[in-house]
Design a protein around this ligand. Structure first.
Ligand SMILES: Cc1ncc(COP(=O)(O)O)c(C=O)c1O
Length: 285
C-alpha cells in the first residue's frame, strides 16, 4: 500500500501526470526514514529536515507533524515486514512546462514502503571498497532534492569500479559520499566535516556523533583534507539504510591495516544497543 496525494492505494493503481514538475524538472524533495520493529527511527528529525528542504525550495509543507506521523504509521501498518524503509517525496506538482513556479499548483505527495535490507554481517565484518571523485554537484547539497543526477553518476562510478561508494572531495576537502556521510578516524579522534551547504545533514551522522560522545570517543567537527582521508586509520560511511559501514579499501589502497578498526567495532555495537534500547522503550528517537 502506498499514499498518493491524500489517498491510500496499491502501488499498481498509483499514477501521476507526465507534466509533474518532479518528472519534468526534478522539482521536489524527499526523505528516507528507516523503520525498526514497525517504529519509524528519528521521525521528528527526518520531518524537521524535510521542513528545511521544503523551505529551501519554497514549497509549503502540506501536513503538520501529527498528520505526517499518522500517514507514515498507516503506511507501516499497511505493509509487511517489521523493518521497513519509508520513502517520502513531495514535488511542486503538475503544470504547463515553464521553469518559473506556476501561480496556483497542487503538490504531489507520495509515500511508499520497501523492506529495510541492512548490509549483511559479512559486509560489516570485512568492510567495503570505495573510490574517490571530485564533488561536481551544485552548492545546495544540504537540500534533500530529488534532482539526484550527479549523485546517480557518482554512485555509478563506484559500481563501475567494483566499489560500494564514492567518497567526494571538493577543493581538496572531504564533503560526503554519493549517498552517505563520511567519517575519518585519525590517532583515536573521530573527525567529521561540519554541516554546510556542501553536504546533506545526515540523521545517522547526528546519531553517530551523539553515540561517540556518550562512549567517550573524542570527536572533532572540522574541515578534513584529502591527505587526511588518504592517511586515515579508519573510514566510515553512514546512512539510514546502511547504518555504519567501515570503508577498508580506498582507491585500491588499504585503509589503516585494511580491516574494520577498533573504533568501528565500538560505534557499531553502540548503534545496535541504541536501536534495541529505543525500540524497547517504544520511543524511537
Ligand atoms: C548525499 C547523501 N548524504 C548523506 C546521506 C545520509 O543521510 P541519512 O543518515 O539521513 O540517511 C544520504 C542518505 O541517503 C545522502 O544521499
Amino acid at each position: 500500500m502506498i499514499f498518493l496525494s491524500g489517498r491510500f492505494m496499491p502501488l499498481e493503481d498509483a499514477t501521476i501526470s507526465v507534466l509533474d514538475r518532479g518528472f519534468i524538472f526534478g522539482d521536489g524533495v524527499y526523505e528516507m526514514i528507516p523503520v525498526y520493529s514497525r517504529h519509524p527511527f528519528r521521525l521528528r528529525e527526518h520531518l524537521a529536515r524535510l521542513q528545511n528542504s521544503l523551505d529551501a525550495i519554497r514549497l509549503v509543507n502540506p501536513y503538520s507533524l501529527d498528520e505526517w506521523a499518522r500517514i507514515i504509521n498507516q503506511i507501516i501498518a499497511g505493509n509487511t515486514g517489521e523493518d521497513q524503509s519509508i520513502y517520502l517525496q513531495i514535488t511542486r506538482g503538475p503544470a504547463k512546462r515553464d521553469h518559473a513556479f506556476p501561480p496556483r499548483i497542487t503538490p504531489t505527495i507520495f509515500v511508499m514502503s520497501a523492506p529495510l535490507t541492512l548490509p549483511p554481517a559479512v559486509t560489516r565484518e570485512r568492510g567495503v571498497v570505495a573510490v574517490t571523485a571530485r564533488d561536481n554537484r551544485w552548492l545546495r547539497c544540504d537540500i534533500k532534492s530529488v534532482s539526484l543526477l550527479p549523485n546517480v553518476l557518482l554512485r555509478q562510478a563506484a559500481v563501475d569500479a567494483g566499489a560500494a561508494e564514492t567518497v567526494l572531495l571538493r577543493d581538496g576537502l572531504l564533503t560526503e559520499g554519493a549517498a552517505s556521510n563520511i567519517f575519518v578516524i585519525r590517532h583515536g579522534v573521530l573527525l567529521a566535516p561540519p554541516k554546510s551547504h556542501l553536504m546533506l545533514p545526515g540523521i545517522t551522522y547526528d546519531v553517530v556523533l551523539e553515540l561517540a560522545a556518550a562512549a567517550g570517543i573524542p570527536s572533532d567537527i572540522r574541515q578534513i583534507s584529502e591527505a587526511e582521508v588518504r592517511d586515515a586509520d579508519e573510514l566510515w560511511l553512514t546512512s539510514s539504510t546502511k547504518e555504519i559501514l567501515p570503508i577498508t579499501t580506498l582507491d585500491e589502497q588499504p585503509v589503516g591495516d585494511g580491516r574494520p578498526g577498533p573504533l568501528y567495532q565500538r560505534i557499531a555495537q553502540c548503534y545496535q544497543e541504541y536501536k534495541t534500547e529505543v525500540m524497547r522503550s517504544g520511543i524511537v528517537q
